[in-house]
Design a protein around this ligand. Structure first.
Ligand code: ADP
Length: 394
């Protein structure tokens, strides 16, 4: 009873075969450098890594190679469905959907909102439907969890026609991760599913926070695109949009080049001039690198300010959840960020934080209510669980 989970990007396709009932991952991997002579299919099974070249492969050949691999491993016959990660569902999807021609048409309509992500997601859907015609295919949207935000949270204070005519509003992303860790946090804290107020902080290469009230997202930091909100690896997060016009004039460059720099050359990388990787930043800061230290300081400061702001829609805080590569692994980021939030009643427990809260169900604060805790995310498992649920109902 396995599910094939697919996440197709512009030049890569990540895949995993997961049993949603047991959470067991049978195999996971990535076809990368697609379209180049160096394209490879890399996978991990039972802790062993393997790789094979697939020179020149595009998505179609790569997914065919994944299909061949699953057949070789004896996993193809166990599949009950395919779950696809789709980045932008606009306002059209508030939950995961069985893929039909109508759903595909709506995902295509969302391409202007997610021009980088939705086209490769659609390629993955098309190819998987051709290669695995007997299996139900499901789309799981990054934006769907945040569709419960009220207008006061998702409406930008800009001309209202921009919303009506061009769908300009806050959508939010990382929804699958926020939803997964919010659910898991209830198990770890014992909070009631009907009555809880959480802030979830997904801190990976992209970073976003969400306010979750009784299982529903009521606000989040990312916006129309994943550029808004907290500081990230290469993205600036929220800055004054007048920067774009100012620099376009000063540098005599088109606005989209400045926007590109806000997406790809800013954040930890931009401030430090060194790296987008938090491990490198922490090491350099410890070694006395001034701009790495500043990058670290800004990251935690902006993060703490954003977390505090998300307590406004919640009215109170029961738990602050750290997840993603940084949230799950960076002792220093959690310590500093929680340190800024003492006024909410949070005090770091240094020993628990040093071991990522293992041993006390993830909790890294002295207090139990409110508390900060670490919850490892698993977006692939969430996609597999949604897919299995839709297969069961169909
Ligand atoms: P993605 O968003 O691409 O899935 P991840 O969730 O894997 O990325 O997060 C990547 C980030 O996690 C990087 O900035 C990396 O430096 C950071 N990270 C991973 N391990 C540690 C660690 N031990 N200490 C600090 N940062 C870490």
């Amino acid at each position: 009873m396995d599910v094939l989970v697919l996440n197709c990007g512009s030049s890569s396709a990540k895949f995993a075969v997961i049993d949603p009932a047991s959470s067991k991952e049978e195999v996971s991997g990535i076809a990368q450098r697609l379209g180049s002579p160096d394209a490879t299919l890399d996978w991990k099974r039972n802790g062993t890594k393997e790789s094979r070249p697939i020179p020149g492969a595009h998505h179609e050949e790569a997914l065919r190679a994944v299909g061949d691999l699953l057949a070789e491993l004896g996993l193809a016959s166990e599949l009950i469905g395919v779950g696809h990660r789709v980045v932008h569902g606009g306002s059209k999807f508030a939950g995961s959907m069985a893929i039909t021609p109508e759903v595909i048409a709506k995902v295509e309509e969302c391409i202007p909102l997610g021009p980088l992500h939705n086209p490769p997601n659609l390629v993955g859907i098309r190819v998987a439907r051709e290669l695995l015609p007997g299996l139900l295919q499901v789309a799981v949207f990054d934006t769907a969890f945040h569709q419960t935000m009220p207008p006061v949270a998702y409406t930008y204070p800009v001309p209202f026609e921009w919303l009506e005519a061009h769908s300009v509003r806050r959508y939010g992303f990382h929804g699958t991760s926020h939803r997964f860790v919010a659910r898991q946090a209830l198990v770890q804290t014992g909070l009631s599913p009907e009555n809880h107020r959480l802030v979830t902080a997904h801190l990976g290469n992209g970073c976003s926070c969400a306010a979750v009230r009784d299982g529903r997202s009521v606000d989040t930091t990312m916006g129309l695109t994943p550029l808004e909100g907290v500081m990230m690896g290469t993205r600036s997060g929220s800055v004054d949009p007048a920067i774009i016009g100012h620099l376009a004039g000063a540098l005599n460059k088109p606005a989209d080049q400045i926007l590109d720099a806000l997406n790809k050359k800013s954040g930890l990388l931009g401030v430090s001039g060194l790296s987008n990787d938090m491990r490198t930043i922490e090491e350099a800061a410890a070694g006395g690198h001034e701009r790495a230290r500043l990058a670290f300081d800004i990251f935690c400061y902006v993060l703490a300010k954003s977390i505090a702001a998300l307590v406004v829609p919640l009215g109170r805080l029961d738990a602050l959840v750290f997840t993603g590569g940084i949230g799950e692994n960076s002792v220093a980021v959690r310590e500093r960020t929680v340190g800024h939030l003492g006024f909410l009643g949070l005090t770091i427990d240094p020993d628990a934080n040093a071991t990522h809260g293992r041993g006390q169900d993830g909790r890294i604060t002295e207090e139990v209510r409110p508390q900060a805790l670490v919850v490892p995310t698993n977006e692939e498992l969430m996609i597999a669980m949604d897919t299995a649920e839709i297969v069961r109902r169909s």
